[in-house]
Design a protein around this ligand. Structure first.
Ligand code: ADP
Ligand code: MG
Length: 361
């Protein structure tokens, strides 16, 4: 365990009779890139607002550098936020926007000039001090907003869907830039997005959220390869999900056939759900296939064909293949035992919590 900088302990946020955060707990280490990933309304912004001190937790504790900060006002916390809409002052130029917080703190004029210059260099806007905000593009405004946050040298930078207003190309460029910036500054970033590709590309660690809970946390590879339940599997990446039965350790049945797999530790004949990623399926002849499917449609996606098929039980399968298939024909699908990801079926919340705890041990 590295150097812990933030902890949430059983944090609840309640509005009227709605719990928008339900006992959320997590630890954040210094110097890493974290992402809160989840659908709109799951509570991502609420977590950032509690961390920044813009709103209170209804119960639970928030720690920063070992100190409980529930009652510390926002301006005394060592975090800064980059908001979705940038929240720049439109009537001020770039320098005044970036310098704003330092002027309030009564930093000397000379010091401010140096810090603003450094911050603008960091976000690749050197020499833009006198430019008006109204004369800048969306991507440039985004950079000014980041400069305004990092000029205060926070220990933690919170970024609330900062790229969502940008077009695809600029968005991809900014993903690289933010990642590099985080490495160069060496401070902790907590980045919020509802875009799973963005989360996978940028993060050291992802917290997948749904309905006020953190459902799974881990590295992008952990989350992608070992989704803990149906929600994570379908939210993070394209997935084929079918129901099946865990016959015994390392042996699972689905679509009426038995397959060797690498999962164990479940009850005999326990009902399960099976995840197979489209890129882990390979098309072969009907005779060689572990599963036989009929090709319904295919789309050319640039790097691969996205092929939709149906098996004999009516389940849909998506396959990513570099080779074309012929619509209407029967083909075989092959995959390796380790490509089969087994998830417990219809787990109750209590069972799910118990299992999460057993993973943490
Ligand atoms: N001030 C508020 N009063 C009542 N409900 C709120 C308030 N702020 C947020 N919520 C509700 O809390 C839930 C989580 O919101 P939010 O954290 O903004 O989600 P996200 O950022 O993941 O989209 C939503 O259902 C939202 O409507
Ligand atoms: Mg939000």
């Amino acid at each position: 365990m590295g150097n812990k900088i933030i902890s949430f302990n059983d944090v609840v946020k309640q509005y009227d009779d709605e719990k928008v955060l339900k006992k959320v707990s997590f630890d954040i280490e210094q110097g890493k890139f974290y992402t809160l990933l989840g659908p709109s309304g799951c509570g991502k912004t609420t977590i950032l607002r509690i961390l920044a001190g813009f709103t209170d937790a209804s119960s639970g504790d928030v720690y920063f550098d070992g100190q409980r900060i529930n009652d510390i006002p926002a301006n005394k916390r060592q975090v800064n936020t980059v908001f979705q809409d940038y929240a720049l002052f439109p009537h001020m130029n770039v320098f005044d926007n970036v310098a704003f917080g330092l002027k309030i703190k009564k930093v000397s004029k000379k010091e401010i000039e140096k810090k603003v210059k450094d911050a603008l260099r960091m976000v690749q806007l050197p020499g833009y001090e006198t430019r008006e905000i109204s004369e800048m593009s969306g991507g440039q405004r985004q950079r000014v907003a980041i400069a305004r946050a990092i000029v205060n040298e926070p220990k933690v930078l919170l970024l609330d869907e900062p790229l969502s207003a940008l077009d695809l190309k600029l968005r991809t460029d900014m993903q690289y830039e933010l990642r590099e910036l985080q490495r160069r500054l060496g401070i902790t970033f907590i980045f919020v997005t509802h875009d799973q590709e963005e989360a996978l590309a940028m993060s050291d660690e992802i917290f997948v959220m749904n309905k006020g809970n953190i459902i799974q946390s881990g590295t992008p590879v952990d989350i992608y390869d070992e989704p803990i339940n149906h929600f994570v599997a379908s939210f993070v990446g394209e997935s084929n999900i079918v129901s099946g039965t865990m016959i015994e350790d390392n042996l699972v049945e689905f679509v009426g056939k038995r397959f060797e797999c690498v999962d164990s530790g479940m009850r005999k004949n326990e009902p399960v759900e099976i995840v197979l990623r489209p890129e882990d399926l390979t098309i072969t002849t009907k005779e060689l296939g572990k599963l036989v499917v009929t090709v319904d449609t295919q789309l050319f996606r640039g790097v691969h064909y996205e092929i939709l098929c149906t098996d004999e039980q009516g389940n849909e399968w998506m396959v990513h293949s570099t080779r074309k298939a012929r619509e209407g024909t029967e083909v075989g699908l092959i995959f390796e035992p380790e490509d089969i990801h087994v998830m417990r079926f219809n787990e109750s919340e209590e069972e799910f919590d118990a299992r999460l705890e057993s993973y943490e041990e």
